[in-house]
Design a protein around this ligand. Sequence first.
Ligand SMILES: Nc1ncnc2c1ncn2[C@@H]1O[C@H](COP(=O)(O)OP(=O)(O)OP(=O)(O)O)[C@@H](O)[C@H]1O
Ligand SMILES: [Mg+2]
Length: 390
Amino acid sequence: MSEPSDTMGRMLTTLAVAGYRSLVDVVVPLHPLTVITGANGTGKSNLYRALRLLAETGHGRAVSAIAREGGLDSVLWAGPETPQGAGAQGTVRTRPVSVRLGVASEELGYIIDLGLPQTDQRSLFSRDPEIKREQVFTGPFARPGTLIIDRQRGGVRVRGDDGWVSSTQAMGPGQSVLLDLTDGSALWETVSLRQRIASWRFYDHFRTDAAAPARLPQVGTRTRWLSDDGHDLAAVWATTAEAGRGAPLDAAVDRAFPGSRVRVATTDGSFRLQLQQPGLLRPLDASELSDGTLRFLLLTAALLPADPPPLLVLNEPEASLHESLIAPLGALLAEAATQTQVIVVTHSASLRAALARAGGEVVELESQGFGTRVRDQLPLERPSWHWPSR
Ligand SMILES: Nc1ncnc2c1ncn2[C@@H]1O[C@H](COP(=O)(O)OP(=O)(O)OP(=O)(O)O)[C@@H](O)[C@H]1O
Ligand SMILES: [Mg+2]
C-alpha cells in the first residue's frame, strides 16, 4: 500500500507499551493500515486502551484517565515481574510500579512513564499516579543522541543548539511536558506532538439502541470529525458533503446498501440523517434504521471526513454488523487508509482477510502465560525501542 502523502514522516511507525494490563512488554510496528488481531483475551482491547490513554496525555488528562480505569493498581500488569516468577501468586514486587507508553514516527517520538508517588501518606491524593519520566526525541526511537526533551520527575532538560539546558520550570506530578512546558527552545516539538496526539480519533462500539445519541435530531454546526458517541452524525455528513467529499460517502453507502442514499434533512437548524432505500415510499429517519445499518453509517462518517485526522483507531468495528457488510466495511477502511493512518482492532477473520488483501499489515497477538506477545515476531522484526530508566 502506498503511504498517504500528507502523513509521510509523520505516520506512526511504532507503538510500545510496558506494564499496562496484559501488555508486559510489547513493541508493535505500525503501518498505514495496521490490523491488530488475535484470540479472545490476548490483549487487543488493552492495546487499544493503551493508545487511548497515551492520547489523553495530549489533552492533559493521563492521570485522570488512569483514575477512571480504576487507578494504577488496576491498570498495572498483575502478573509476576519475570517469566520465571510465572504462576507464583502473591510474589512481592521489588521494582517500582511503572506503566510506560510510547509512540514514534520517523520524525518525532514520545515516551511517558507513570508511577505511584513517593508518598506523603497524609495527602488525600497519595494514590494519584505521577508522571515520573517523559522523553521527546527525533526519529523512530529514543537514544542519547536523539533526545530533545528529557524530564525526570519535576526536573526537565531541553537540548538546544549548544547542548542541554535545565529548565527553570518545575513540573508538577500530573503535568506533562507536552501541555505544560512553556519554557525552553523545544516548543515547536511539544506543540506539534501535542496537536497531533490530541487529534487522534478513537471509535469503540457506537451506541445504536433506541435512545442512542446518533438517532436523535441535533442542532447542526459544521463538524469536522465524528464524536465518540456519534451524536453529530448528520452534521459530519453534511460538513463532508459541503466540502466536496460527498461522493466517497455515497459510494460507501451504495456498496453496503445497493441503491440507497443518505440525505440530511433540516428543520429550523435541527439536522436529521435519513436513508432513502429502494422499495420504500419515504426515506427512513436515523431513529428508524436497524442497529447494523446505523452503525455502518456511523463508521462511514467517522472514516471518510473531508479532512481526516492524522490517526484513526477502531476497536472491533465489525461488532453487530451482518457478514454481508464485512466486505463493504473492509473497502471503507482501506479507502480511509489512503487518506490517513488507520489502526483496526478486529476479531473477525473475514475482515482481517479483506484488509490484508487491501494491503493492510496484520499484527497477531497471543497470550502465553507471561502477558501479551506479538505472534511470530522475530527479534529483528521488533522495532528498536529503548525505555529510559527512572
Ligand atoms: N491489570 C492486568 N494485569 C494482567 N492482565 C490483565 C490486567 N487487566 C486485564 N488483564 C487481562 O488482559 C487480557 C486481555 O484483555 P483484552 O480485553 O485486551 O482482550 P481482547 O484481546 O480484546 O479479547 P476479546 O477478543 O475477548 O475482546 C484479559 O485476559 C484480562 O484478564
Ligand atoms: Mg476486546
